[in-house]
Design a binder for this molecule. Structure first.
Ligand code: ASP
Ligand code: MG
Length: 462
């Protein structure tokens, strides 16, 4: 078993970042991170930072018929890539610079045509965006080789097979694993580092697709699942997931290990390190995913596994805290609800009609309170609800979510949390014995105090 190492845009942003990447890969090869697992690592890279955003803008310019604007933006990209490619290579400099230029020449022609037509279909957009990962992976493969690491560039489009849902294609795991066996496994077995672009794939007939923004983590998980690696490493520019947002709580700690479900709860509240659904192929196969900082490779990072922390009866009942501000609470009261059936359906139908998701829900016999994040249709919703209930709403509220698998086995944690909040006024509280979270809704203004109190209680004062 080997590892997949994925490097995000900031970890390949410039020559310094690429030399750090080389350091991290050679460290892995020399077994510095623990016992060497057989087979060379597979490296998956994003486009250089901001490149995908620029390519999205290029598509917008082409759609507006602004061919010269698009060409200008592309020229700047060519320059940046050629300069980085030259800086990080030696022997393969001429060939990698030529291939980068060739990829961009083709792209410039394509974008020119799109600008003439003033039309960028999702399929064309994928062709444009894919160039970011194609060139970044070529540069990294050449840089690794020139630093003396046996490596090979593999075109991700020959390996990652998807449906034809352009801009958010779904992988065909069976076909992809077949291709991985054919094109990737032999490279790994030969002791060479395979380097592929993340985010991109192709349909069975070979048309370029992308997995959706941020899709490189997904690619890494897909390749890792097919290869059956021992670990998937997501190399980024933070130390991992933290016990709370450092902008809210002064000294959060690193979460060393958490479960996939905990990661999903936290992601909903904006813990943006990675989107958990993108690592599902790995979790399904019980492959741990580790988030690591390419500026501090000696750190152990955060490990995400299916089951989470092994010390389910550990000292603290929580894994992390998260919050989401600026939500609105809607209180709906109706005496008609007493003993009636079908009331909740009617109530939620109103939210559905106005396409507004509801996040937290609490109910009593005659009232229901919900929170909504998106208030664009709130007036319509309130009006719709007033046909059968009294309605009031309150803005400037926030949700605090305390997450921990251990909550399920530690009934005292809830009381500890409520006690810790002391006199902070709580608007709604939602908890169930079987759940891995406790949710509090309170005023925006009370978030810093409430978060700090909870954090002190469960993770200790600094
Ligand atoms: N480069 C792509 C993006 O920016 C994919 C990724 O980085 O994960 O969305
Ligand atoms: Mg990302």
């Amino acid at each position: 078993m080997s590892v997949v190492m994925k490097f995000g845009g900031t970890s390949v942003a410039d020559p310094d970042a690429i030399s750090r990447l080389i350091g991290v890969v050679s460290r892995e090869l020399s077994g510095d991170r623990g016992p060497r697992i057989s087979g060379a690592p597979t490296v998956v890279v994003s486009a250089l930072s901001k490149v995908t955003d620029t390519l999205v803008k290029v598509c917008g310019l082409a759609e507006d018929g602004n061919g010269s604007g698009a060409a200008q933006a592309l020229d700047a990209l060519v320059e940046r890539h050629v300069s980085i490619a030259s800086a990080v290579t030696t022997e393969s400099r001429a060939s990698v610079v030529a291939s980068v230029k060739a990829e961009f020449d083709e792209l410039i022609g394509l974008v020119h045509a799109l600008a003439v037509l003033r039309e960028v279909s999702p399929r064309s957009q994928d062709a444009v965006l894919s160039v970011g990962e194609i060139v970044s992976s070529r540069i990294v493969a050449a840089a690794l080789a020139d630093s003396g690491i046996a490596s090979a560039w593999v075109d991700a489009r020959t390996v990652l097979i998807t449906d034809a849902e352009y801009t958010s294609a779904a992988p065909d795991m069976t076909a992809t694993c077949d291709r991985v066996r054919e094109h990737l496994a032999p490279v790994q077995a030969a002791g060479k580092v395979a380097v592929l672009g993340g985010f991109i794939g192709a349909t069975a007939s070979g048309v370029t697709t992308t997995l959706g923004r941020g899709g490189s983590d997904y690619s890494a998980a897909i390749f890792g699942a097919c290869l059956g690696v021992g670990e998937i490493q997501i190399w980024t520019d933070v130390d991992g997931m933290l016990t709370a947002d450092p902008r809210v709580v002064p000294h959060p700690r690193l979460v060393e290990q958490l479960s996939f479900h905990e990661a999903s709860e936290l992601a909903f509240f904006g813990a943006k390190v990675l989107h958990p659904s993108t690592i599902l192929p790995a979790v399904d196969k019980n492959i741990p995913v580790r988030i690591l900082n390419s500026r501090r490779p000696e750190n152990t990072g955060t490990r995400i596994t299916a089951e989470g922390r092994p010390d389910a009866t550990g000292a603290t009942g929580l894994t992390a805290l998260a919050c989401k501000r600026d939500v609105t609470v809607v209180d709906i009261t109706s005496t008609r609800m007493l003993m009636a059936h079908g009331f909740l359906r009617r109530l939620f139908e109103v939210f559905e009609r106005f396409k507004t998701p509801v996040d937290v829900v609490t109910t009593s016999e005659v009232s229901v309170s919900v929170t909504v994040d998106d208030t664009r249709r709130l007036d319509d919703i309130v009006e719709g609800l007033r046909h059968f209930a009294e309605v009031s709403s309150e803005r400037d509220m926030a949700i605090i979510c305390a997450v921990g698998e251990n909550l399920r086995s530690d009934p005292a944690a809830f009381a500890r949390a409520v006690n810790a909040l002391d006199r902070v006024p709580l608007r709604l509280v939602s908890q169930a014995a079987s759940r891995r979270n406790i949710t509090f809704v309170l005023r925006n203004a009370d978030v810093p105090e409430a978060m700090t109190r909870l954090h002190d209680q469960f993770f200790g004062r600094d």
